[in-house]
Design a protein around this ligand. Structure first.
Ligand code: F6R
Length: 575
């Protein structure tokens, strides 16, 4: 997964400005980066450093997450043709690049990198010998297999050529400039107007104009979409890390979501309820944190007699029988996770109805769905998803409420605030696990998805091995690993006797137990986070927030780069 940017402007902009835009896409991949403007080609390995006063009116940039070829300056984008007149950046994977490369080598093209993407620069160079640019692009769309969002510049031309298939690409229409980018985050502080590329479309972008074409090269008219985004959310403010800032926003964003489900999103919400009622089978498709939110959602729905299956998107086709009576609900923060997109393609081929619950407006997943609700969590800059989880779960709880789940959601935001006020107490517990090599988190029923999510956060942010599991599974093997001093976080819902007995089992083996509970009798117990709610639905969400804070403080104590954990880019399966 990578991020791309292209700018054509009426006025000069600096390389620093171009890199600032690229930095906003860094969550999409950050092992190396590069840019090309009218003066320079620069490539670097490592994190994007926003600097440079070179002035230009056109430029393209790329942040890379390596797929073909190692992490080197040579493999970083942009890539050049042999005569260095064609410059390209590419996000995606060209499946038939080997055949194309062999053909181009036969025609004497010299390749310098190990990437699939370099083929594009040489392909354009070769094509432009006897064809015009539109013919080259339509030929490219016919001859290539794979996924791509590509930006092409030709030396001394003040135009960018943009092509898309399956990888995200949008055009932001800003005052004095047009910006092409992998998503609207790149320019959401500059404009709220965007034009979205559909598959196999291309566009020619100049400083004050743009023209879209279909795969046959015919001009097409595209609507300008207006999006709403909270601009100030991208600033870190006084917080040490975005993760902490984003957790601190949870009360506000959940309020905003619940209000919108009864107001601006009410029609869509009612439609979703009807679709659930009409469908014979309901299957959630999602990955990572979004999967844990859907697992919690499935639990809520089961409590009120609505049966829903939850599948990890990358395994979707192996475990689901889909037909026209199936409703597939995709849950995705980014709306761009390729495993979810693939699951939806499979669901579509089998005539299922598709609904999505996403955070990023106009994302691919949203556009593949016949109905989509927005969780309105605002931009998540930190790689670890936190406030999006809260809003995904809150939306699903609101759905279950329509089917009879008894819960008062009006004070959920208040309860989150109360819990956040206990930060210092939770910090002490987070720091307690920081010295450990392994942590076990146990839950049952409602708290099983929560245990999985807390484990994911601990692994992702603090790099401590963590296992989130069903308390009932302990005795079937894992208990052997619990010894004197092993940290175990036990999630006790009310006075569930089974999880209480699992907690005793690990205590008996000398485990260092931390309890997260809403059980009043345990309030005074040592190393316990007590959450004031008698309601199961809310406890699931609040216990996760407590776990997010534990993970954060453990990572902070260890000095981990919290906002950017190693070897992982946000939505790492996005192409
Ligand atoms: C974990 C995290 C990932 C994402 C997963 C799915 O903190 O962020 O596990 O939840 O990659 O991404 P989305 O929700 O964008 O589909």
């Amino acid at each position: 997964m990578c991020g791309i940017i292209g700018i054509v402007s009426k006025k000069d902009f600096t390389s620093k400005f171009l890199l600032e835009r690229l930095k906003r896409l860094e969550y999409r991949g950050y092992d190396s980066y590069g840019y090309y403007d009218s003066r320079d080609l620069k490539k670097y390995v490592g994190e994007i450093i926003v600097a440079g006063e070179n002035k230009s009116r056109i430029g393209i940039a790329h942040t890379r997450w390596a797929t073909h070829g190692g992490v080197t300056e040579t493999n970083a984008h942009p890539h050049l043709s042999c005569d260095k007149d064609i410059v390209i950046v590419h996000n995606g994977i060209l499946e038939n690049f080997k055949e194309l490369k062999e053909e181009l080598i036969r025609k004497n093209h010299k390749f310098v990198s190990e990437t699939d993407s370099e083929v594009i620069a040489h392909y354009f160079e070769e094509g432009l010998r006897n064809k015009d640019i539109k013919e080259v692009i339509t030929g490219f769309l016919r001859e290539t297999k794979g996924t791509f969002a590509i930006l092409v510049m030709i030396k001394d031309k003040e135009e960018i050529y943009a092509l898309k298939r399956d990888s995200p690409l949008v055009l932001g229409i800003c005052k004095d400039m047009n910006i092409l980018a992998s998503d609207i985050y790149a320019f959401s502080d500059l404009t709220n107007k965007a034009v979205l590329f559909d598959n196999d479309e291309f566009a020619i972008i100049t400083k004050d104009n743009y023209k879209f074409f279909n795969k046959n090269g015919r001009v097409i008219r595209k609507p300008i979409k207006k999006f709403v985004w909270e601009q100030e959310e991208s600033e870190k403010q006084e917080y040490k890390h975005y993760m902490l800032k984003e957790i601190s926003e949870e009360a506000d964003v959940v309020k905003r979501l619940l209000f919108s489900l009864d107001n601006e999103q009410k029609t869509g919400f009612d439609k979703l309820i009807n679709l659930i009622k009409e469908s014979k089978k309901i299957i959630f498709a999602s990955c990572g944190t979004s999967y844990h939110a859907s697992l919690l959602g499935a639990y809520y729905l089961h409590q009120v007699g609505v049966e829903a299956q939850t599948l990890i998107a990358s395994e979707f086709k192996h475990f689901a029988n889909i037909d026209s009576d199936t409703l597939v609900i995709a849950i995705s923060q980014s709306g761009e996770t390729m495993d979810v997109i693939d699951a939806l393609k499979y669901a579509k081929e089998n005539n299922a109805k598709i609904v999505s619950i996403v955070n990023v407006p106009f994302s691919t997943i949203q556009r593949m769905s016949e109905l989509s609700l927005n969780i309105l969590a605002g931009q998540e800059v930190c790689v670890a998803s936190t406030k999006a989880f809260v809003n995904q779960a809150a939306l699903l709880l609101r759905v279950a409420q329509e089917f009879g789940f008894r819960v008062n959601l009006t004070n959920l935001a208040e309860k989150i605030k109360d819990l956040l006020d206990k930060k210092d107490e939770i910090r002490r517990l987070g720091e307690r696990i920081a010295e450990s090599r392994d942590v076990y988190i146990i839950g049952r029923g409602l708290t099983y998805p929560v245990a999985r999510e807390i484990a994911l956060k601990i692994k992702e942010i603090s790099y401590i091995h963590a296992e989130g599991m069903m308390g009932g599974e302990l005795k079937h093997g894992t208990i052997a690993l619990i010894e004197e001093g092993t940290p175990v976080i036990s999630l006790i819902n009310n006075n569930d006797p089974d999880i209480i007995s699992n907690t005793r089992e690990v205590e008996a083996r000398g485990a260092k137990v931390i309890i997260i509970t809403n059980n009043k009798d345990l309030e005074k117990k040592k190393n316990t986070i007590h959450i004031r709610t008698g309601n199961d639905g809310k406890f699931g969400i609040l216990a996760t927030v407590a776990g997010q804070l534990i993970a954060y403080y453990a990572a902070d104590k260890l000095g981990r780069p919290v906002d950017k954990p190693r070897n992982l880019a946000k939505c790492c399966t996005v192409k």
